[in-house]
Each structure stands twice: as C-alpha cells, then as structure tokens.
Design a protein around this ligand. Structure first.
Ligand code: AMP
Ligand code: GLY
Length: 414
C-alpha cells in the first residue's frame, strides 16, 4: 500500500515509524514530514501542505490511504474533500472535527449526550462575559471557542485575571477570530489523563491511557507547553476510572456521533480530569495527541495499518486492540527559551542509540545533518517492565542526544 501521512511533528514521526513496520505498507509519503520521517524506513518527505495540493498528490500518486496527523486540515474539511474525490482517508469529517474546532459545539454535544463534564456558560459578546465574572466563583476557566494552538485556555484566579482574558480574547482579538466567542467553565482540581480511541462510527475502542506533562518546568511549574513528556499507562487510570470513563464519557460520545450522523472514522482523543472521585471530560481532540502518540504506539501490539483499514471498512467490531504489558516514558527535549522565543539551526547529535527510540519533532535535514527547527525538538521514548524502569531507560537514552541549549524536565513520570 501507498500511504500519505499528513503532518510534521513528533506525533507524525511516531505514526510513520509504526506504519513502516506493517507488512501491508510499501511506501509512506510524509507531507511535509520532518528530519525524523526523512530517515525512517519506507518514508519520503514531500513538501505539500494545502488540502488541494494533498488531494492532487494523492490522485496523481495512486495513494491507497491518507492518514491525517494534526487537527488543522481536519477542521478545514480535508476528509470531506478526499471523500468527494473517492479517496480513502482516516479522520473525521468537518462536522465531526468540530468537536475540537469549536469548544461551544463540543460542550453542547457533551451536555446533550449527558457526558460528565464541568459546568459552563457560553458567551457571544464581552458585555455578558464581563457581567458574569462579577458574580462567579473563582478560579474559573476561560476557553476561546476556536482553534488557538494551545493558547486558547486561561485559568483565572480572580476577577482581574478573568477581565484581562475576556479583553484579550473578545475585544483585542488576540487569537485572530478564535476568541470572538468563549466558554467560561467551572475549575476542576484533579489529575489529568489522556485516552485515545479509534472509531469507525459504530464501534469505539480505547487505547492504553497516558499522561502528559504540560508545564515547562519540573514540579508542573511555569507556563504550559505543547507537552514536555508522557507516560503510559497513566497510573491514575485505575480500573474504576476506566469503567467510569467508558460508561459516562466514551459510550455516550459514540451514541452522540451516531445520533448526530457525524461521519467519523478516525481517532478521538479524550482529555480527562480525574477529580472528586469521578472522571470528567475537559475536551475532545479529533486526532492523536503529541506527545501521547510517542508512548501509545510503541506499546501497541497491533499492526496500526490493519486497525486503520478496519476502521475505514466498518470492521472494528471484529477487532481487538492489544497493548504490551509494559510501561512507556517519553521525554521531550526542547530548545532553550521554549515556549517563548528560542533559537533554531543548532546541530542535533544522536549517538549510540540503545533500546530507546528518538522521535524528531522540530528538526529538519540539511546537508545530511539534523538541525533544530522548532521549540520541541525531539522526544526520547523507552519502555520498561515498571514505570521506574521505563523512566530510567528514557533518561539514560536522552543522554545520547545533544544540541546547543537542550532543555528537558527531570521529573517526567515521577
Ligand atoms: P483544554 O484545551 O480544554 O483541554 O484545556 C487545556 C488545559 O487547561 C487542560 O489540559 C487543563 O490543564 C486545563 N483545563 C481545561 N479545563 C479545565 C477545567 N475545567 N478545570 C481545570 N483545568 C482545566
Ligand atoms: N498533548 C496534548 C495534545 O496533543 O493536544
């Protein structure tokens, strides 16, 4: 099979690595890919990013299946475009992708299908939002309705902070349209968990749970990032939590997809908060997580391409998804200064690769060298029989990579 994989992050390198292990896969075009996918077996980078350009490429190069990594093309309707042209593609339609593309749509869907989530109100103009925060209990969480590349959620501890957030989102339009409408919701204090699941619209199968580490510094201090490391399974996802998740969140979501007739053959990512001895859905993402994918796929026993084919052929009810009885830990190495201003163009050196796997995120190939090109540069994933062993293997592994200004947290999975 000839596969077109869309995206350029560490998640896409992990997907490319996993798909390349499938006997069914002969060739993977990564659009645009990165320095890691460029070096992966069966892979070739192609410099295309527009949805029309991707469709043209798929048609002209007899692509069998297109796999979409990031949310942006999905929220622009790439799946609908490919389906109209009889091209097989793994991901939700635009209507389904709205579960990530619009927080208001997602919260209304959760409410309609009785999915456990934080209490909320929706605001379409700043006057009503300002009036609301005069009386509400703090902290509260303010969420821009639209896609905001991780900058759309603010936890306000008091009236002043909430006022500044409303002004920035709704008045100064700091998110270029994404914050014109907002959700203000109840703050939940607890532990977060990520669960990815695959669905064909009739069946939904959860993957192993994982845990992101969003803050830049150890001890979860400092500003949030795209994710500084992950572990899987998530030690807080006990059997009780997983049961509650299935009953109160996952199955009602599937029910909602069916009832609303949302075409959805792809991955749903449930961003969860375990709080008050219960589990709440904070958000949906309509694609795999980054860096969750970098721990989930290395633990997966299945051929991922076979799973994708099963989803596209409505055959997930006949499919079992299995994970290794091990732990995985991924440590992200970032450029000095990230998530604020950082330098690029530093040479990445990778030596004595042991059992760890290096997934490149912000790294590009130039004259046979790998150069840093982003804030999150790479992730080092290792497995172990225990979480401690996976951690220790990953921290040993990261000693084998270096670039000027390398920074990583020391407490992933502690
Ligand atoms: P979201 O994009 O909705 O997942 O929000 C991004 C991050 O904000 C989450 O990963 C949480 O860390 C935090 N967050 C979102 N909603 C809440 C909430 N209701 N209570 C506490 N923290 C939240
Ligand atoms: N790691 C969180 C995300 O992918 O959105």
């Amino acid at each position: 099979m000839r596969v077109l994989l869309i995206g350029s992050g560490g998640r896409e390198h992990a997907i490319a690595w996993k798909l390349s292990q499938s006997n069914k896969v002969g060739k993977i075009y990564c659009a645009p890919g990165n320095g890691g996918t460029a070096r992966e077996e069966k892979c070739e980078n192609v410099d295309i990013t527009s949805n029309e350009g991707l469709l043209k490429f798929a048609l002209e190069n007899s692509i069998d299946i297109t796999v979409v990594g990031p949310e942006a093309p999905l929220c622009e309707g790439i799946v609908d475009l490919f389906l109209e042209n009889n091209q097989k593609i793994f991901g939700p339609s635009l209507a389904g992708a709205n579960l990530e593309g619009s927080k208001i749509f997602a919260k209304e869907f959760m409410k309609k299908y009785n999915i456990n989530t934080a209490e909320y109100s929706t605001f379409l103009n700043p006057y009503d939002a300002m009036k609301y925060i005069e009386k509400c209990k703090f902290p509260v969480v303010l969420k821009a309705d639209g896609l905001a590349a991780g900058k759309g959620v603010i936890i306000a501890n008091n009236y002043e902070e909430a006022k500044v957030a409303i002004e920035e989102f709704m008045v100064s339009d700091s998110l270029k349209g994404a914050g014109k409408s907002i959700v203000i919701e109840e703050f939940l204090q607890g532990v977060e968990a990520s669960i990815l699941a695959i669905t064909d619209g009739n069946t939904i199968i959860p993957f192993v749970s994982s845990k992101d580490h969003k803050a830049i510094f150890d001890g979860n201090l400092g500003p949030n990032t795209g994710g500084m490391g992950t572990i899987a399974p998530n030690p807080y996802c006990t059997e009780k939590v997983l049961e509650d998740f299935k009953e109160k969140i996952m199955l009602p979501t599937l029910q909602g997809l069916k009832q609303e007739k949302l075409y959805y053959k792809g991955i749903i990512f449930f961003g969860l908060m375990i709080a008050n001895e219960d589990v709440y859905l904070l958000e949906y993402n309509v694609r795999m997580g980054d860096p969750e994918t970098q721990v989930v796929l290395p633990l997966m026993e299945n051929d991922f391409m076979e799973l994708i084919i099963a989803a596209l052929e409505d055959n997930l009810h006949n499919t079992e998804v299995k994970f290794k009885n091990q732990y995985a830990c991924c440590i992200i190495a970032a450029s000095k200064g990230y998530p604020n201003k950082y330098d690029t163009g530093k040479c990445i050196e990778i030596s004595n690769q042991g059992p760890e796997k290096v997934f490149i995120a912000g790294g590009k190939e130039a004259n046979k060298n790998l150069l840093t090109s982003g804030g999150r540069v790479l992730g080092v994933t290792a497995l172990g029989k225990s979480l401690e062993e996976a951690r220790s293997n990953a921290y040993n592994g990261i000693k084998n990579v270096d670039f000027e200004g390398i920074y990583y947290r020391q407490d992933i999975g502690l």
